[in-house]
Design a protein around this ligand. Structure first.
Ligand code: ADP
Length: 363
């Protein structure tokens, strides 16, 4: 007769491909029910966007058949619990992972990538938020068709609490929601940093798996304010394959790697990797050069999370306030989905293998 312990013993032969330990040791097997030769259990993955979901399911099947025989029926339920190393953090206690999205220079598509990654992660089943920290050029409200939305502000213990705007299932905040449109606010550095601190401290974020921070291009006071205010789980650098963009991206990577900042780099996303006409997706034109992102990733020994093509629909989606990822069947959506899965995967590996990031102390 098959018992629960036999099922667990069989599954202890299945290794989580990224974390290099078996599923039982990693506590990923839950709710085992055995009824004669019917076996039922849940595999709790480290992210709902896990690209290896089907591989893990198949390996469980194979291990059970190998160790318990062929005459069994197996029903595997796949669920996910996003991991976090931010336990007991006083800042943003309900937020599991804080991800900085940066670029060396403007116009490489950092906000476009942030918006589409957010939707791809949300579509996988995760709870996602965006802070538009590009205070000098906020574009998240426009990209989400939320330019005229105003966040609700309530009082809590005599303090103003800002409620994030919820658009397409993503919680978001931007200076664009709080200042009148077409108003030429001239921001001084310290005011911009203050705005970011408010977004981190005075916004009711609730529970989130991933909070994406769309940073201004380059390296700025805002970057320093971010790493001084909260421990950032990891950073993503967006670049185009062009030489000038790569040179600037290198500076961005070096900044996060500085010993006093020490934010793990989750990977590089190469945007505008090649032009492709939507009706002829097999035609690829490398108009900004080829493999620049890949070479940069190799040089810094970090993963290349994705290569996003230049597609008219991506630009239109941004301008029309409906990111291209909202239509899951396009080639652009496929590229963003893959990048989001790779990002979630790298984050899970980072959480399993590296200690928590320390908040940078002001000297
Ligand atoms: P950044 O945030 O780096 O300044 P944006 O995300 O605002 O850049 O993008 C700049 C412009 O390029 C926008 O008009 C956007 O729609 C367009 N864009 C970005 N990525 C792509 C892409 N992969 N294909 C087509 N247009 C893109």
């Amino acid at each position: 007769m098959i018992k629960e312990e036999n099922v667990l013993a069989a599954l202890s032969h299945v290794e989580e491909p990224d974390l290099k330990k078996d599923l039982v040791t990693l506590n990923m097997i839950k709710d085992v029910v055995v009824n004669g030769s019917d076996i039922k259990f849940t595999v709790v993955l480290t992210t709902p966007a896990c690209p290896l979901k089907e591989v893990i399911r198949q390996r469980c099947m194979d291990a059970l058949h190998e160790h318990l025989g062929k005459d069994i029926t197996v029903d595997i339920h796949m669920s996910a619990e996003v991991t976090s190393i931010r336990n007991n953090s006083p800042q943003l206690p309900g937020v599991k992972n804080i991800i900085a999205i940066s670029s060396g220079k403007g116009g490489v598509g950092k906000s476009t990538v942030t918006a589409n990654l957010a939707i791809a992660l949300k579509n996988s089943g995760a709870k996602v938020g965006i802070i538009d920290a590009d205070i000098f050029g906020p574009s998240i409200p426009l990209m989400f068709g939320a330019e005229d939305v105003q966040p609700l502000i309530t009082q809590k213990d005599g303090k103003n609490m800002i409620h994030p705007v919820n658009q397409f299932g993503i919680k978001m905040i931007s200076i664009g929601f709080l200042t009148p449109k077409d108003n030429a606010v001239v921001w001084r550095g310290p005011m911009a940093s203050q705005a970011l601190r408010q977004f981190l401290g005075d916004v009711d974020w609730g529970d989130l798996d991933y909070l994406l921070i769309d940073l201004p291009p380059g390296t700025s006071d805002i970057h320093l304010s971010l790493v001084q205010t909260v421990p950032v789980t990891g950073a993503v650098v967006v670049t185009t394959p062009q030489k000038v963009a790569l040179a600037d991206a290198t500076k961005g990577l070096a900044m996060f790697k500085q010993p006093q900042i020490n934010v793990p780099i989750l990977g590089i996303i190469e945007n505008m990797a090649y032009f492709t006409p939507e009706e002829l997706p097999e035609n690829k034109y490398y108009i900004f050069g080829k493999d620049g992102g890949k070479e940069l990733a190799q040089k810094f020994a970090v993963p290349l999370l994705g290569e996003i093509p230049i597609v008219q629909g991506i630009r239109e989606g941004g301008d029309e306030g409906r990111p291209v990822m909202m239509d899951e069947n396009s080639i652009s959506a496929e590229a963003f989905k893959e990048a989001a899965e790779n990002l979630a995967q790298q984050l899970a590996i980072r959480n399993a293998a590296q200690p928590a990031t320390e908040r940078v102390q002001v000297a």
